[in-house]
Write a protein that binds this ligand. Structure first.
Ligand SMILES: NC(=O)c1ccc[n+]([C@@H]2O[C@H](COP(=O)([O-])OP(=O)(O)OC[C@H]3O[C@@H](n4cnc5c(N)ncnc54)[C@H](OP(=O)(O)O)[C@@H]3O)[C@@H](O)[C@H]2O)c1
Length: 266
């Protein structure tokens, strides 16, 4: 964890799940943590838990689906004089069910948070990282980014964006001292599944236990990948092997399988 010693980390979605765990694991090493989410009470509770001499924790309440609130976050960051050296774009949400039955406000929020906010924060903070000649961006993607996923079509597409964007940006930044890593977890027990399930009581998002990786291990794998300057990491050997095998399946075979699944479920 020497890599993170004295760092200033901005973590989006720090009020729960993987983001909260990033904050816990970075707190003993960082100089400053900037925690961003909508639920202020959760951020404040975490601030009290992690408080220690030598660590400054800023809690910033922002709805990342709202451009105005993103700009306000960036303005307050500029005014504070904090220079972010580690940007963790973790905030995200899913929506499970057929696209044609989806609620537009949920689809729109997914596009705004998973794609637009991540891109805007990266765009705003990257020039300082490059100028400093040192820094890292950790984008939380998903194994859903690696294959099309019926009943999570938009979510998987937003995460395909995150993985592709991360890989391309990493290539652009070669030699600048700034690394970009995509963390691609499989199912993790957080609030994600409950939020992705539709309020109208559709079938719950499947999350086979055998594929699940503890949230602590997911965050640790992400930070270890940043430390080792890895382009991409899938936490958990079992899911990693399964995804590697799945990626070898020809697309026409995959299409037959996915189409079959869809007709079975209708
Ligand atoms: N859990 C999984 O199975 C899994 C698998 C693969 C990838 N991921 C990815 O991992 C990341 C973290 O998810 P998680 O599993 O930790 O889920 P989680 O427990 O639901 O946490 C999601 C975080 O995102 C924040 N967030 C959501 N919408 C936001 C908005 N409009 N504005 C600001 N913050 C917002 C939430 O904070 P507030 O609600 O307080 O705003 C919360 O802190 C996501 O990008 C997710 O896609 C999760």
């Amino acid at each position: 964890m020497n890599f993170f010693h004295g760092c200033t980390a901005l973590i989006t979605g720090a009020s729960s799940g993987i983001g909260e765990e990033f904050a816990r694991q970075l707190a003993p090493h960082a100089r400053s943590l900037i925690l961003v989410a909508r639920r202020k009470d959760r951020l404040e509770t975490l601030r009290h838990e992690l408080d220690r001499p030598g660590l400054t924790i800023h809690c910033h309440t922002a709805d990342l689906a709202d451009e105005v609130q993103i700009e306000a976050l960036l303005a307050s960051l500029a005014a504070s004089g904090e220079r972010v050296s580690l940007l963790i774009n973790n905030a995200g949400l899913g929506d499970h069910g057929f696209f044609e039955e989806s609620d537009w406000s949920r689809v729109s929020a997914m596009l705004d948070v998973n794609v637009k906010a991540l891109t805007r924060l990266t765009h705003a903070l990257l020039p300082d990282l490059v100028r400093a000649g040192r820094g890292a961006i950790l984008n939380v993607s998903s194994i859903a980014s690696l294959l099309p996923l019926p009943k999570m079509a938009v979510y998987a597409a937003t995460k395909a964006y995150v993985t592709s964007f991360s890989e391309a940006l990493r290539a652009e930044l070669r030699g600048t001292g700034v690394s970009v890593t995509a963390l691609c977890p499989g199912p993790v027990s957080t609030e994600f599944g409950r939020i992705a399930d539709r309020p109208d009581g559709g079938d719950p998002m499947p999350a086979p236990e055998i594929f699940k990786v503890p949230v602590e291990d997911v965050a640790a794998a992400g930070l270890a990948a940043v430390e080792r300057d890895r382009a991409r990491v899938i936490p958990g050997w079992f899911i990693c092997v399964a995804m590697t095998l799945a990626s070898l399946v020809p697309i026409f075979v995959l299409r037959l399988f996915l189409a079959q699944r869809r007709s079975d479920e209708r």
